[in-house]
Design a binder for this molecule. Structure first.
Ligand SMILES: [Zn+2]
Length: 173
């Protein structure tokens, strides 16, 4: 069951609900409570739920002790913001299939939950597969679990997203 609000956003964007159902994507509610997890060098404020923000800060500090710098590239994102991203890509001439391979349909992004973080590290381009060759990724692979973070979209994930070595989501124990 897709909520009426999401259904109308999908309809407006021309996304068939069958397309979403076929990938068995879970609908993801927007976080109610958010706090500042990190301010980027560009001054952008990245928000997460209080629990996820605390876990992120602890993980970032532990990584730093090992000489690894973890940065937030993107954290909480509203459903409206996700709709805007999809709308802009469609306006730029991409097909809905192309868009949905890299972007979640509005209402289905883990970033709505305030628990997902796109991670970056200095010297590596953001949101690129190359991230998997960084020391930051190697560190996350071995240690992120201790802090409750898991890689959401490994290669050949069942959600039908491209491989996203940078996207980690906090799952409360
Ligand atoms: Zn992400």
């Amino acid at each position: 069951m897709i909520s009426p609000r999401i259904e109308s956003i999908l309809a407006e964007l021309g996304i068939a609900t069958a397309l979403v159902a076929a990938r068995s994507l879970p609908e993801c509610a927007e976080a109610c409570e958010l706090e500042l997890a990190e301010t980027g060098e560009d001054g952008r404020e990245h928000r997460l739920t209080p629990e996820a923000a605390a876990a992120w800060k602890a993980m970032k500090a532990a990584a730093l002790e090992d000489g690894v710098v973890l940065q937030v590239v993107s954290a909480f994102r509203s459903i409206d913001r996700q709709a805007e991203i999809v709308r802009r890509k469609l306006a730029a001439g991409k097909t809905i299939e192309e868009v949905l391979c890299v972007s979640a349909p509005p209402g289905f992004s883990e970033h709505h939950s305030g628990r997902a973080v796109d991670v970056g590290t200095p010297g590596s381009p953001v949101l690129e597969i190359e991230f998997e060759r960084t020391a930051a990724f190697a560190w996350l692979e071995s240690r992120a679990g201790e802090f409750g973070f898991r890689l959401s979209y490994p290669r050949d994930n069942r959600c039908g997203y491209q491989y996203e070595p940078w996207h980690w989501c906090y799952h409360p124990a």
